[in-house]
Design a binder for this molecule. Sequence first.
Ligand code: IVH
Length: 695
Amino acid sequence: MDQNTASQRIQELSRQIEHHNHLYYVAAKPVISDYEFDQMLEELIRLEKQFPELKQPDSPSQRVGGTITKEFQTVVHKYPMLSLGNTYSETELREFDERVQKIIGDVPEYICELKFDGVAIGITYEKGVMVRAVTRGDGVQGDDVTANVKTIRSIPLKLTSGNYPDSFEIRGEIFMPRSSFDKINDTMYRQLQEDGYNDEEIADRLLKNPRNAAAGTIKMQDSKVVASRNLDCFLYFIYGENLPFKNHYESLKQAKEWGFKISEFYLKSKGINGVFDYINEWNVHRFDLPYDTDGVVIKVNDFRQQQELGFTAKSPRWAIAYKFKAESVSTKLLEVTYQVGRTGAITPVANLEPVQLSGTTVRRASLHNADQIQKLDLHEGDYVFVEKGGEIIPKITGVELAKRHPDSKPVSYITRCPECNTELIRKENEAVHYCPNDISCPPQIKGRISHFISRKAMNIDSLGDEKVELLVDKGLIADASDLYRLKEEDLLGLEKESIAEDGVKTKKISLREKSVAKILSGIEASKSIPFERVLYAIGIRYVGETVAKKLAHHFKDMDSLMTASYEALMEAPEVGDIIARSMVDYFSNPANKAQVLRLQAAGLQMKMDEKSLKKVISDRLKGLSFVVSGVFTKFTRDELKNLIEQHGGKVASGVTSKTSYLVAGDESGPSKLEKAREQGVPVITEDEFIKIASL
Ligand code: IVH
């Protein structure tokens, strides 16, 4: 294809893609299939690769991300990003209305809008093309996150129709739909659980709520990740000079015509009474929306009246936010049950009389740990208040004391494991109780073996969780190494009936020749799974996929790992105190060591494949130990670490007196810099490192 034809095709594809993008993401009326859409996008990306000089700054290929922003540029807002006065009270809202009336001398027309719970963004368009998107920051200046905002498909990169002004800024709220939030957290939850984190630790690490998730995502360095997270955006305000409208209502209508996503749920109301109706309606129906809202924004419609009302130091006098109170309902505590995780961690769960809350039926709430139960002073049969407050798992916020039966007894925490009756322990400084019987407590055994066979570990998919349960219950396996001793005659004819997920039907599994053969060949095949995955599979607490990989590359074989000291472990990349301690703990238990030796004897991969060991290029950095921190311009952090190792140096995660250099990029950890200063460790830049390593 010659350049001329390519240029025309690129333009045509860009126009088509943006048109269908709008139909899909803004108008919600797609007319072509996803497949056809993807084909066009792929063709565009291909052509732009072939003719890079033809790539336009507003090309829809940017929707898929790919730009890495190492440091976000600070931009001063042309129009300061003010916040709104807010209130939870009807009285204060009436007072707001009275103030407005007094100043303008009339009954105003209000526009009511939903208050979307996300992060504010200001997007500037020049000649119809998106040129800049800036976060709120401190209201005066924010971060330029344009590359990330361009991945949000409902935000136009280029306006196609209408009499839009030459230059204007449109403000709105970037949010994460609840479905995307749930999906991300589900995946993270499963991963963290597999990595051996207990529920409380997981709760600390999961995305807290869709708002936090949106805020975190928009500041990510890799726009590809942003693109994968399905952010969305409602626009709600336009700034500019000589704008072609007299009031807010018209501006929303116009913005919609220009191609922006404007929520359809705004309402014009003459006087404050209609505002109250709007609030009351949305206080209930907001839970039917696929995204979070935390209130209603009320704006005086007429621009001249807005001008008359003006601003206080912090916010406009012509608008106010009415915030919804977190919904709280009372329901009866039926029973506290206790779950035992793979690591033996006990999680108390409140089983509740089913109750409607924020649009879903709540039957259970996590009680976290014994301290929490004590703090609530929870009694048997209590009526408890349940709230959802943005988080996914509902929480109990208090007890309805008036309804407490005078003879009711406080809930007493179990002292023995509900599964194996072993006395529970509580480690120093930890709120969680553990069942220490890791050898024969059934859920711990099953959990560990399920983890061992899982896809990212040994990938023995012919053996699912249910079959593992069957084999454990029949006493055929008690740890992963037993799998490698199973014979056909052990398995043939085994049967089990279990209750299906619906709690009513029964499901039957029975092992016949074909499935037995599959199980055995799956087990056999797992013997060639690489060492790093074997290390992940054995399920050492906190040793997830990435850490296992790093440890395997650093120590090269299981023997070195088994005998590694805490200090030696701390030297490995990505390993900090918690992981190092967990490793030492694990291998100091003779039963764990024995299991690993049995796995070794069974023929599993216990050392790095020679070919995949990193090639040593030189020993120029021999005897030197480096800590690498921050973001660099010439290399990624991992590349730098690889370079150090390839030239015979060591990479450690923490600065100690033994560290030779701290290689610090932008945003490197302040505690590392401080430690380096304290210990007299030289801090060098990426360029200085290149010199030292004579690269
Ligand atoms: S109007 C000067 N409308 O709530 C007018 N804001 O506390 C400024 N927000 O910073 C904003 N939904 O981030 C407006 N429909 C809406 C909104 C909205 C959410 C956010 C926005 C603002 C904050 C005010």
